[in-house]
Design a protein around this ligand. Structure first.
Ligand SMILES: CC(C)(COP(=O)(O)OP(=O)(O)OC[C@H]1O[C@@H](n2cnc3c(N)ncnc32)[C@H](O)[C@@H]1OP(=O)(O)O)[C@@H](O)C(=O)NCCC(=O)NCCS
Length: 171
């Protein structure tokens, strides 16, 4: 099992893991299973291609072997300086949780953001998602003071991590 960047030819596997995430953990994501199920096949191929080699975006996945993906994280950065970065769509199959694979996904996304020169990373976590919130806090994310209610009920809170102060602290 390894964490690596998605490959351009993995659109079908990406569709599978993303729809599984939306089906099994609907409360964790703003996008719904119904919405994502409507994406045409070409959209998934395009997402995989951009995640593999986009200039300002990247997707990292957990490779379970046999063509199966067990988790994912998506990150993108603003094209204009200072290239603030954003993380979303983080998901890990239930049987892989608590074993450090989520740390590896997060490290891959943050390493990418650092290489982009991003001074900070933003992400959103839904109100009741205590496990994800605890995970993000352990990785140094703090609440950014912005909540976004969802039309269907519930909502999410902004979390922010300052990558620059991390670099300064390590100097
Ligand atoms: C979010 C996710 C990727 C994190 O991966 P993970 O392997 O579960 O994360 P970890 O086990 O390393 O960390 C979770 C932390 O929450 C704690 N935790 C577990 N269940 C909890 C609960 N019900 N309430 C509060 N904390 C909880 C764990 O003990 C751990 O904290 P610790 O490191 O201090 O011990 C994974 O849980 C997941 O895919 N969840 C469903 C989808 C999702 O929520 N995605 C996030 C979208 S914002």
């Amino acid at each position: 099992m390894e964490v690596r960047r998605i490959r351009a030819d993995e659109g079908a596997a990406l569709r599978e893991v993303r729809l599984r995430a939306l089906r099994l953990a609907p409360e964790a994501f703003h996008t719904t299973l119904d919405e994502a199920s409507l994406h045409p096949e070409a959209e998934w191929h395009d997402r995989a291609a951009r995640g593999a080699s986009g200039a300002y975006e990247a997707m990292f996945v957990v490779d379970r072997g046999g063509g199966l993906l067990g988790g994912m994280i998506y990150t993108n950065a603003l094209a204009d300086p200072p290239h603030d970065a954003f993380i979303s769509s983080m998901y890990l199959d239930e049987d892989l949780r608590g074993g450090g694979m989520a740390d590896a996904l997060m490290q891959a996304a943050e390493s990418w953001a650092r290489a982009m020169g991003s001074p900070r990373v933003e992400l959103w976590a839904s109100y009741g998602n205590q496990r994800a919130r605890r995970f993000y806090e352990r990785h140094g994310y703090v609440l950014g003071g912005v909540d976004e209610p969802w039309e269907r009920g519930g909502g999410s809170s902004l979390y922010v991590k300052d990558l620059e102060s991390e670099v300064r602290a390590a100097d």
